[in-house]
Design a protein around this ligand. Structure first.
Ligand SMILES: Cc1cc2nc3c(=O)[nH]c(=O)nc-3n(C[C@H](O)[C@H](O)[C@H](O)COP(=O)(O)O)c2cc1C
Length: 340
């Protein structure tokens, strides 16, 4: 039994057919995005290039290019490559705070990109302009308040990211478990849960909270097709559950895998270093050096708490099959659990 069955069941019956109060409706986003499974492969700097995005779309998810590290010509090359590798829907993620976003968004529009996932900035900036071309805009949020602002700005859906997540995180440090039900209550939009999801069980848990789908980052970073350096992938596999930590809150909070660079940031933060000192330590090119070039000592290694449970490097197709099969197994098992 696969998620196909859920989709069929939904379309014919309009509900799951169970007495359990499951609040989600996967067809809402599978329909909206034109994908098979309610899974978005997260946009990730230095990690989600054309190979990963195309493989994810081909596997039935929404593949996403991380434009944050695809500067200038690189973005058009990667969009072109995805368009050649798959006819299925894909998206591009733009962290708004990054330099050059305006030009990159224009380029993506010219190249016919139909789904934009915006993050790290105000939903007011691009939403309307992008939607006028017929494209969809999804916005990443880490609080119910910002989710409401996203709704007011007219976005098509929100991606709600708890601070377990890899990459840059919200300042409020809300977890996915706490965030999803509150955002679901705050807005009348499709809600995608992100942060701390690497398996079918975790996906099902997010859906039980009311999410319409999930966005998965760290787990996709550790696949064959990801453009993370092989050494970075091996470091994720070797990571223990407490090997990540949220750092650099004075600049922009980011969850890092503990290494020598992390220790330097920690010392500076413990000695109450200034923002300027932190920026100087960060310097330029740390994230590329760590995640893409495999400098495990001096590089910045962005990864989520789930790294502690990742123990292999499958292909995207293998991973998606595994997640969907776990989802179905646990969902079936849960229907046998009664509290009386
Ligand atoms: C290596 C890495 C890079 C990331 N880069 C970005 C990015 O460029 N833009 C963005 O919106 N989110 C970024 N994120 C966050 C992801 O899009 C996603 O929301 C997050 O990974 C979900 O949590 P998880 O890692 O627990 O699955 C990144 C995450 C990782 C692990």
């Amino acid at each position: 039994m696969g998620v196909y069955d859920i989709t069929e069941r939904d379309q014919t019956k309009g509900h799951y057919g169970y007495a359990m109060p499951i609040l989600c409706n996967p067809t809402k986003i599978t329909h909206h995005l034109g994908i098979t499974y309610p899974i978005i492969q997260a946009g990730m700097v230095w990690v989600s290039g054309a190979k990963l995005a195309a493989a994810s779309s081909e596997a039935g998810c929404l593949g996403v290019l991380g434009a944050g590290s695809l500067t200038g010509e690189l973005l058009s090359q990667h969009i072109h490559k995805v368009q050649k590798l798959t006819k299925k829907p894909f998206a591009v993620n733009f962290p708004i705070m990054y330099h050059g976003t305006e030009q990159q968004v224009n380029l993506a529009l010219q190249m016919g990109v139909k789904i934009f996932i915006m993050s790290a900035g105000s939903p007011k900036v691009y939403t309307k302009r992008i939607q006028q071309t017929g494209a969809q805009v999804w916005h990443v949020t880490s609080s119910p308040l910002l989710a409401k602002k996203c709704e007011d700005a007219g976005v098509d859906g929100v991606i709600v990211e708890g601070f377990e997540a890899g990459g840059h995180n919200g300042r409020d440090e809300l977890t996915t478990l706490v965030l999803v039900p509150q955002v679901k209550k705050a807005v009348n939009l499709p809600v995608v849960a992100a942060g701390g999801i690497a398996s079918g069980e975790q996906m099902l848990a997010a859906m039980a909270l009311g999410a319409d789908g999930v966005q998965i980052g760290s787990r996709f970073a550790t696949t064959v097709e990801s453009s993370a350096h092989e050494k970075f992938k091996q470091a994720i596999v070797a990571a223990a559950p407490s090997d990540t930590h949220l750092m650099m809150k004075k600049i922009a909070p980011v969850r890092l895998l503990k290494n020598h660079f992390y220790q330097q940031v920690l010392s500076l933060e413990q000695s109450n270093g200034s923002t300027e000192e932190l920026l100087a330590l960060l310097g330029k090119g740390r994230a590329k050096a760590g995640m893409h070039e495999g400098d495990l000592t001096e590089g910045e290694l962005e990864i989520g708490q789930v790294s502690g449970m990742i123990s292999d490097i499958p292909t995207v197709a293998e991973l998606v099959t595994q997640i969907i099969s776990q989802y179905e197994q646990v969902r079936t098992h849960l229907t046998t659990l009664k509290l009386d």
